[in-house]
Ligand binder design. Structure first.
Ligand SMILES: C[S@@+](CC[C@H](N)C(=O)[O-])C[C@H]1O[C@@H](n2cnc3c(N)ncnc32)[C@H](O)[C@@H]1O
Length: 378
């Protein structure tokens, strides 16, 4: 009885604290504890790594700065403060992914179908950030001290159809490999371990799958694919089918939901880009009346449907909104690994909950310019 009462008081305090944090805008007290893969609240809990620390590393760390400075080309389209959500999810997932799969004897590959040039200008800011491809290299090596080895992807495949981006990514990847080889005593080589493919990913995907299949010969193969298009017409539906021919493909996908409604009414080749259930839906219903939620749920369900085996994903995903609170894209993580899914499920929920104004505060803090709570109210 006493115990139940205590539990109730504890629960009440926890809920009260959360509402207080949200109501007063002190979202900086919500942070992510990477070590335990849980999300904690409150100033007393020792955080291993907070959201602003992730961002700080992407924009200001010495490694990031050296890598970004190795080329003067930057992607200047569509990278905003909210884009950090996708980078944080990627970073967070890489360690459990490699640790779990490599300890189970899998050879792992990373595919970034829309790799960009490795660095992005943050919209409206004088700040640049490393991109998904560079992050996958930097965090795609996990030292296992007990075994004195490093777990890492055997190969990273990066695709972009912009030739200038590919040249620039090549320079940045070479700089990154130089840093990694020195730091981890590895001998990772450009064009061998890191392949940069210039062209349409809807074509290049065949080349990549062929190469991985050739190497699979007797090995257990696992792939992590990062899929981050500008618009829904950047990726053909057929490309998903080709990619998912491989048995174990985990996916981080940013679905550009805001491009759908605008784009679909003018799109003459819906069959090329949409999964079957969405094609049926838009045939019988007025596009403007279909909720974004329905579009995204169906798209995600159809990706999971292709694999025809149980795959974990949170139906809601991570919503990415702009400062006007309109949804730009939805991020999903699809994973075969139950332990990895469990480890990341809290992060997925928490990233989904972080609203644009909180993210803005975390970004300001990362830059070292965050106001104190007192400043906020003076
Ligand atoms: C949203 S950006 C990717 C940003 C990147 N993930 C990052 O974090 O830095 C999309 C990229 O995809 C490229 N792209 C768009 N359509 C493509 C296609 N069909 N094949 C290959 N690259 C494409 C663009 O040139 C652009 O660099």
């Amino acid at each position: 009885m006493k115990c139940l009462k205590r539990l109730r008081i504890f629960w009440f305090l926890a809920v009260f604290r959360r509402y207080l944090a949200l109501a007063t805008g002190q979202e900086q007290i919500i942070f992510i504890n990477l070590k335990n893969y849980i999300v904690c609240m409150g100033n007393k809990t020792k955080a291993k790594k907070e959201v602003h620390q992730y961002i700080k590393e992407y924009i200001l760390s010495e490694e990031a700065t050296q890598i970004m400075n190795s080329s003067d080309t930057f992607n200047e389209e569509g990278f905003d403060i909210w884009s950090f959500k996708k980078l944080i999810l990627l970073e967070y997932y890489l360690k459990p992914y490699l640790t779990i799969l490599q300890s189970r004897g899998y050879t792992c590959y990373f595919i970034d179908l829309f790799s960009g040039c490795g660095a992005n200008k943050v919209s409206g800011e004088k700040v640049t950030s490393i991109g998904s491809s560079i992050l996958s290299l930097l965090r795609g090596i996990v030292p296992i001290k007990s075994k004195s080895i490093n777990y890492h992807f055997k190969k990273w495949f990066f695709v972009d159809y912009n030739p200038t981006f590919c040249q620039s990514l090549r320079r940045r990847a070479m700089k990154t490999l130089e840093i990694l080889n020195k730091k981890y005593g590895e001998n990772l080589v450009i064009d061998e371990n890191v392949k940069i493919l210039e062209g349409d990913c809807n074509e290049k995907i065949n080349e990549i799958i062929l190469e991985i299949e050739k190497e699979s010969n007797g090995h257990k193969i696992a792939v992590l694919a990062f899929i981050d298009p500008y618009t829904f017409t950047n990726i053909n539906w057929k490309t998903w089918k080709t990619l998912l021919k491989l048995r174990y493909v985990d996916i981080i996908f940013t679905f550009p939901i805001n491009t759908l409604k605008r784009g679909l009414s003018q799109c003459k080749e819906m069959e090329k880009y949409l999964p079957p259930s969405l094609i049926e839906l838009v045939k019988v219903r007025d596009i403007t009346k279909i909720e974004d939620e329905e579009f995204s749920k169906r798209y995600a369900a159809e990706i999971a449907g292709i694999v025809n085996r149980p795959i974990n994903y949170s139906e809601k995903g991570i919503s990415v909104k702009n400062s006007k609170n309109s949804e730009l894209y939805r991020i999903w993580l699809f994973t075969y690994s139950d332990p990895a899914a469990n480890l990341t499920s809290n992060l997925v929920k928490e990233l989904d909950r972080i609203d644009p104004s909180s993210l803005k505060m975390m970004f300001e803090k990362a830059k070292g310019k965050q106001k104190s709570i007192l400043d906020e109210y003076s």
